[in-house]
Design a protein around this ligand. Structure first.
Ligand SMILES: NC(=O)c1ccc[n+]([C@@H]2O[C@H](COP(=O)([O-])OP(=O)(O)OC[C@H]3O[C@@H](n4cnc5c(N)ncnc54)[C@H](O)[C@@H]3O)[C@@H](O)[C@H]2O)c1
Length: 276
């Protein structure tokens, strides 16, 4: 019998066809989990599921729009029928296309369709997946839910109003679920992610912007999808059996320092000193 920390567990990764979700699918499989890759982009989900199955575990690809209750209900039934259990739900899906980001602006210029889509996918989607997966977890009195959130859900910024508000709610949702189902063996946590761009995201951010954000992380470099996936695998596993109802911050210190730090560092460098 395998001693891998997620051996025989069944994990669902929403938005698993690309980016961080795809890396989480690979890493969870590397720890022995059978992985369901769910995405609105069915071809991307199939590609990742095929890749994952080469790691000696079972995989399943499902095309599913997480904002659709019918799709999500059907998805949970398919997973239950195939595996008979669900141990991990990583609520990772979010609408982050360039078009969405350009319309999800400051409040006076906010395109309300973009707001509605951000809330529908990022928040309602996570609620729906939880709603239909938790009953399957309860059958075995065991399960771990993880919610992908962001510093933008904690700190004010110039744009992405809908995204930020959806991510703020994703810090509350795991606390609510932990309170409601903790005594029945369900754990729920959020991961507050710093900038950890996957290869597919590099081209979509201007280099100057990346530089500013890198300066505001306390680590030498921005994060990597693998660093985030390792945190997700920890929260999914029994190593985190006493961790619930909280937000684990994996952001390279982005949210931990004084707002003036970067300007102060530049000032000291100009003065030829390392501190006051
Ligand atoms: N990458 C980062 O640096 C970063 C930073 C902070 C937070 N996050 C969070 O991590 C998660 C993953 O981000 P990413 O950068 O990998 O994004 P991404 O855009 O590369 O991947 C998101 C995936 O979600 C899927 N998706 C979109 N709408 C969907 C829907 N309605 N139903 C099902 N799937 C849908 C997309 O097809 C895509 O595969 C998101 O929740 C994001 O907010 C990422």
């Amino acid at each position: 019998m395998s001693t891998a920390k997620l051996a025989e567990r069944v994990a669902i990764v929403t938005g698993g066809g690309n980016g961080l979700g795809a890396e989480c699918a690979r890493v969870l499989a590397g720890h022995g989990a059978h992985v369901v890759v769910l995405d609105i982009d069915g071809e991307a989900a199939s590609r990742v599921a095929d890749e994952v199955s080469k790691r000696g575990v079972q995989s399943m690809a499902i095309r599913c729009d997480v904002s659709s209750e019918d799709d999500v209900k059907d998805m949970a039934a398919q997973v239950k029928a195939r595996f008979g259990r669900i141990d991990v739900l990583h609520n990772n899906a979010a609408v982050l296309s360039v078009d969405q980001r350009q319309r999800d602006r400051d409040i006076c210029n906010l395109d309300m369709q973009a707001w509605d889509r951000a809330i529908a996918v990022n928040l309602r989607g996570a609620v729906l997946c939880s709603k239909y997966v938790i009953p399957v977890m309860l059958e075995r009195k065991s399960g771990a839910l993880i919610f992908a959130t962001s510093g933008l859900g904690m700190q004010g910024d110039l744009s992405l109003t809908g995204y930020a508000c959806s991510k703020a709610a994703l810090m509350m949702l795991p606390r609510t679920i932990a309170a409601q189902y903790g005594k029945q063996g369900i754990r729920a946590n959020a991961v507050q992610i710093g900038l950890a761009p996957a290869e597919n995201a590099h081209g979509s951010m201007p280099a100057e912007l990346l530089e500013i954000i890198r300066d505001n992380h306390l680590t030498p470099e921005l994060g990597t999808p693998r660093q985030i996936a390792d945190v997700v695998a920890f929260l999914a596993s029994d190593e985190a059996s006493f961790v619930t109802g909280t937000t684990l911050v994996a952001d390279g210190g982005f949210s931990s320092h004084t707002p003036s730090l970067v300007a102060m560092r530049a000032l000291f460098e100009k003065m030829g000193r390392s501190s006051m």
